[in-house]
Design a protein around this ligand. Sequence first.
Ligand SMILES: C[S@@+](CC[C@H](N)C(=O)[O-])C[C@H]1O[C@@H](n2cnc3c(N)ncnc32)[C@H](O)[C@@H]1O
Length: 284
Amino acid sequence: MSKKLFNPIIPVEDDGLYIPEVGAWADEKYKLLGGYSDIFTTGMKNLWDSLIYIDLFAGAGFARIKGTSKIRMTSSLIALSTNHKFDKYILCEEDPKCFMALKSRVEKYFPEANVEFINGDSNRNIDQIIKAIPKHSRDEKILRFCFVDPFSLNLKFETIKKISSVGKIDFLILLALHMDANRNLFNYINDNSKKVDEFIGDVAWREPFKTGQLPAKDFIKFLSGKYDSNMKAIGYVEPIKKHQVKIGDINVPLYYLAFYSKHPRGNDFFQKVEKYLSSQQSLF
Ligand SMILES: C[S@@+](CC[C@H](N)C(=O)[O-])C[C@H]1O[C@@H](n2cnc3c(N)ncnc32)[C@H](O)[C@@H]1O
């Protein structure tokens, strides 16, 4: 943990560019992402030649907390603000409004950072994203951290698998299981919907739900377990860490932030961040 406390909640003023709205629970996501980015860059800067940050669903850089006038920096700008910087940032965003706002903000607030922007669907742009990620060589040891923050299950497992093939890379993935999966099981069971098939890279998942072998109430547990076994199959270590985020005042589960590393040290870092944040909530 860095000596100087990094506070991932970074209040900002309206700068006239596009600002999307997020729920108040997004702060928990920013704390985990920022806490991990800070401990990762601090702990690894002397052990690796280059540290790389990849944001597949980057957003606009700022967000307003719904129902308030509070504006925050969001994922990519938080990762750009840590005590020690990543050596390269690859920021991907599909929505043109968010993309333009993100690019302008990065250029304004972090002009010195090494940033590559990729506009478009990250599932489709995968070859371009992989090309942008620096590769390990005899002269350069590279470690990467990829944040994956979709609104829904609109994330193909094939995308994660291809990115993981570049080498050493940790993932923090928002699994929108309660926001999306839970609400839409019956739509997804309809054979025409490919969303879950692509999310878990498996077309045979419907059968046990159709026959009643698995009850509908176990859908989230099933997807969550399947995701972990997919990650294990491509080299990610146990124990898998999943942080559940709930709507604070009514205690309803919303999503998981799942952390996957190919090295047990990544899991230790993540656990430290989780513990640290829960003991320091009042500081943020
Ligand atoms: C939940 S927001 C995440 C924003 C940001 N990471 C944050 O910290 O608040 C998801 C973002 O992904 C973008 N998006 C949605 N589908 C995408 C896709 N297939 N490829 C790239 N970006 C996408 C949306 O426009 C939106 O800005």
